[in-house]
Design a protein. Structure first.
Length: 528
């Protein structure tokens, strides 16, 4: 192991910013960095007084065509502003890189939330950098195209400090960035990303002996889809709907629901499905048409499975983490709030999940995590379920694995930072540092046309005047995120924390009431 005041050296003849385009050498160097990270994990994460630097790269390195359909996706880089709370550790430096500069009012808003640290002290340890590029390409790609920006990042990391990269997801681009900057990443190795595909998810669930919807994986063509839908209906004649998913989707985009409505009593089933597929396969993604969906399916492959029905049905999600030493942790449970066609689009969540089954899905997720551990997965990820109540019991079907941070990551991190607490997987409850319970409702999708035109400054003023800001004395209130999306897209993210589910919902409903009132006044030209 190298001493704490040194970094793992690169070979003498290789400059970090001028690496040859050699994938084999890049992978070798990346694995060296990651091994060094494993060796120093406890020094980095277990000591709040350690001198360290966290480089935050909130890049959504996902399929550009799918991401382009998400309103304000370029501002989703602000979701990881929750990590500014790392500045509560007095010797921790944070470098936050974005495509476009973030308004100082938003930064001040987050810094104000820091417990136990003055704003002045925190700002001395925060470096904000930008690509000044508003295109919808990956932030990581933009950074790699700017060697001077890369050098500025390196110049802001003291050579004697423990350092690593935190990002939304890890692909080959993030691996390249890590090697160029000579920094490890706390995240899943891109060589293991296939484990998070819809097809591989079904295989991992089977290996863990977890129930899954009847269906088929490793599909690649329209003919495969038709065949799978035919076989599902043949096996279950009462089946009304099935769902087709591209292997790599995001927040429901990449899913499509097929209806068997109008099926003829006689005739060849496969031929009928083939003929009606363009009309009866309804895409979940905004403005995604049938042709685009099939193109993505051909490129990525996917699955088809039965659409789970039930009079009482929920969509819980479990956040887990495998740390660099291989330890599996169940971090949180949420009940997802879904909307769109057949409730497939992620809108938000409540935390913790229903106490009737929170501990059950935690146990199931731990089993799945042990399967991922066998492959060497590291970092945060989420496992989604469909849960159906049968009598007094719940049946849980594992649906997918998201090997990245997601829509429930930043709300839970913010709660942890603000209350210094933890989720207890055994009883499905969250406990603050003073042993009190906390609950929340969160959403990335509070969106209305009349919210447009409200600037970040307007939003913060409105929150203050209407008593919506989080109160550290009671550890209740509202935290806003995605604030930059409001003016252009009429879209906002919220985290509403309360001492009970009911209290959290009251904050949420009050927030919507205030936004509706102030948004309509703003559109009418009324101020004050």
């Amino acid at each position: 192991m190298y001493p704490m005041d040194t970094k793992l050296p690169l070979p003498n003849l290789i400059e970090p910013l001028l690496l040859p385009n050699d994938p084999t050498e890049e992978i070798r160097l990346y694995k060296e960095l990651q091994q060094n990270f494993v060796d120093r994990y406890e020094q980095i994460f277990m000591d709040d007084l350690a001198h360290k630097t966290v480089l935050i790269i909130p890049s959504f390195t996902l399929d550009e065509e799918i991401l382009a359909r998400v309103d304000g996706v370029q501002y989703y880089e602000e979701r990881l502003l929750c990590l500014l709370m790392l500045l509560r550790m007095p010797y921790t430096r944070v470098i936050y890189v974005t495509s476009m500069p973030i308004d100082q009012a938003i930064i001040d808003y987050y810094i104000h939330l820091l417990p136990g640290i003055t704003a002045y002290h925190a700002m001395q340890r925060l470096t904000l950098l930008s690509c000044f590029d508003a295109s919808k390409r990956s932030l990581t790609q933009k950074i790699l195209e700017r060697p001077r920006l890369l050098q500025r990042i390196k110049d802001n990391i003291p050579s004697t400090q423990l350092s690593h990269i935190a990002c939304f997801n890890v692909t080959e681009l993030e691996r390249t960035l890590a090697v160029k900057l000579h920094l490890p990443i706390f995240g899943c190795d891109p060589d293991l990303l296939y484990l998070g595909s819809k097809s591989m998810g079904r295989k991992l669930f089977r290996a863990a002996n977890i129930a899954i919807p009847d269906g088929f994986e490793d599909l690649n063509t329209k003919a495969d889809i038709v065949d799978a839908l035919t076989r599902l209906k043949t096996a279950k004649p009462a089946l009304r709907k099935a769902i087709v998913k591209v292997n790599e989707g995001f927040s429901g985009d990449g899913n499509a629901v097929f209806s068997y409505h109008g099926i003829p009593e006689t005739g060849e089933l496969a031929g009928w499905i083939n003929d009606v597929l363009p009309n009866q396969l309804k895409m979940v993604g905004n403005d995604m048409d049938y042709g685009t969906f099939l193109k993505k399916f051909d490129e990525m492959g996917g699955i088809a499975e039965i659409f789970i029905e039930g009079d009482e049905k929920t969509s819980p999600s479990v956040q887990c983490r495998i740390n660099p030493t291989g330890n599996v942790e169940v971090l949180s449970t949420h009940d997802q709030l879904l909307g769109g066609e057949s409730n497939q689009v992620f809108l938000g969540a409540t935390f913790p999940a229903n106490n009737a089954y929170a501990s059950e899905i935690g146990i199931l997720s731990e089993k799945i995590s042990f399967e991922l551990q066998k492959y060497g997965v590291m970092g945060r990820y989420a496992i989604d379920f469909i849960s159906v109540k049968n009598g007094n019991a719940w049946t849980h079907y594992a649906i997918e694995i998201n090997l990245r941070k997601g829509g429930t990551t930043h709300p839970y991190l913010m709660l942890q930072f603000l209350t210094r607490g933890n989720y207890n997987a055994a009883d499905g409850e969250y406990y603050t540092a003073n042993n009190q319970h906390r609950y929340y409702v969160c959403s990335d999708n509070l969106q209305q046309p009349h919210y447009r035109g409200l600037t970040p400054h307007d939003m913060i003023d409105i929150a203050m005047v209407n008593g919506l800001l989080y109160d550290s004395s009671t550890q209740e209130g509202v935290i806003f995120h995605l604030i930059s999306t409001l003016s252009q897209f009429g879209k906002l993210g919220v985290l509403c924390i309360g001492t009970s589910h009911d209290r959290a919902n009251r904050f949420y409903n009050k927030t919507i009431e205030v936004l509706d009132r102030e948004g309509k006044k703003n559109m009418a030209g009324l101020v004050g």
